[in-house]
Design a protein around this ligand. Structure first.
Ligand code: 9F8
Length: 159
């Protein structure tokens, strides 16, 4: 079974993520979308909320599994028998860091990394930008899956 993992924070998932996940899912028997648990960085959504929003967003993709992990990505790959990491690239600015991580992950554990360019119409999206716009009352309805929009508005009301 050909499996890959798409790691990220997904705080929250955006239409840019969904675009890449959908395209990558078509290339593998199974795709794991793995939410990174970062104890040192409290996000807007909890890890469980991020996973729930991701599951809603990829519900139409039967071969996509949502999971979470803490620690090294390569340890997750080893323990789940996943030989390849697939990452979305939004802009040239993403590449330098991603290249370093890819080289390190190959050196550490022989895990390969493939890069998928985001579609131009969603290349400008990032979770942090979406959160900023939503915080100040901007319309993010075309930038995130429907379930995320509702939760973003609820978070804004609660704050
Ligand atoms: C464009 C893009 C960025 N990332 C990191 C997401 C993050 O760290 O929140 C992705 C993860 C999966 C698919 C596409 C992407």
């Amino acid at each position: 079974m050909r499996r890959a993992v798409c790691p990220g924070s997904f705080d929250p998932v955006t239409n840019g993520h969904v675009d890449v996940i959908t395209r990558v899912a078509a290339l593998y028997d199974e795709l794991v979308v793995a939410v990174l648990v970062n104890p040192g960085k409290a996000g807007l959504f909890t890890v469980d909320e991020r996973m729930e929003l991701l599951r809603e967003a990829v519900a139409e993709l039967p071969n996509v599994v949502v999971d979470s992990f803490s620690g090294l990505l390569v340890d997750y790959c080893r323990s789940h028998d996943i030989p390849v990491v697939v990452k979305g690239l939004r802009a040239v600015g993403d590449f330098e860091y991603e290249l370093q991580m890819a080289q390190m992950n190959r050196e550490l554990a022989g895990v390969e990394t493939l890069f998928v360019p985001t579609a131009p119409q969603v290349g400008h999206l990032s979770s942090s930008l979406v959160k900023q716009i939503a915080t100040f009352g901007g319309d993010v309805s075309r930038l995130v899956p429907e379930g995320v929009l509702d939760r973003l508005l609820a978070k804004r009301e609660a704050s």
